[in-house]
Write a protein that binds this ligand. Structure first.
Ligand code: CO
Length: 220
């Protein structure tokens, strides 16, 4: 059997297994979705969202792109965030980067990647914002790993620049944004424990779209 046919065979076996071993999940599939988590990750084949946190279908709303970027002119991520916050009313948003990210590595090279360049420029901008810290790291791999983390942090801040996210944060005190890095060598997740109170206080007065961000910073 060729690899393509195998994919469809696998699907039949998976569906049957789900029906037998998790009948409640199977029955819920057709009745709608009410995920509490919105996961924004890299499209890398080694970072399958549901698998790495071992949750069944229906538990996470997922958006993935090259290098887990949250760009202000990307209708795709914009629509996903709007739908997640205003309609699904998720409780948390997670931005998950990963080690050995080809997108981040490419952005650190002085090379022309053609149509990829406008996308990768977002990561180059993150480097520029943190050039003082990054240029001070002598080891190439350590500097690259730090950029993976800083990229996640910046994308988390970008998430909070959307009005639908700001409204959700204000409406639900428990609403949270998290930054993670998945290590492809250990398959373990590192929670960056990003200090969002500091982030909100710093950028609230600039990016506040709802007149509520500064209030949030004072409340927290
Ligand atoms: Co990647």
């Amino acid at each position: 059997m060729d690899d393509y046919r195998q994919l469809l065979e696998n699907n039949q076996a998976w569906a049957e297994q789900l029906r037998l071993t998790e009948p409640e999940v199977f029955a819920d599939m057709a009745s709608g979705q009410s995920p509490e988590t919105f996961f924004i990750g890299c499209a890398d084949s080694r970072v399958p969202a549901n698998s790495i946190v071992r949750v069944p279908p229906g538990d996470m709303f997922v958006h993935r792109n090259v290098a887990n970027l949250v760009h202000n002119a990307d209708m795709n991520i914009l629509s996903s965030i709007e739908y997640a916050c205003s309609h699904l009313k998720v409780k948390r948003i997670i931005v998950c980067g990963h080690t050995e990210c080809g997108g981040v590595k490419a952005a650190m090279q002085a090379r022309d990647y053609g149509v990829l360049d406008p996308w990768l420029r977002n990561i180059r901008d993150v480097y520029r914002l943190h050039a003082l810290e990054l240029d001070g790291i002598q080891d190439d791999n350590a500097r690259y790993n730090r950029l993976v983390e800083l990229n996640v942090e910046e994308q988390c801040l970008n998430v909070m620049k959307y009005s639908s996210v700001q409204s959700a944060m204000h409406a639900k005190p428990e609403f949270s944004v998290h930054g993670w890095v998945f290590d492809v060598k250990t398959c373990l997740i590192k929670d960056l424990n990003i200090d969002f109170e500091k982030g909100i206080a710093e950028f609230g007065k600039i990016y506040d779209l709802t007149g509520q961000m500064t209030t949030l910073a004072h409340q927290s």
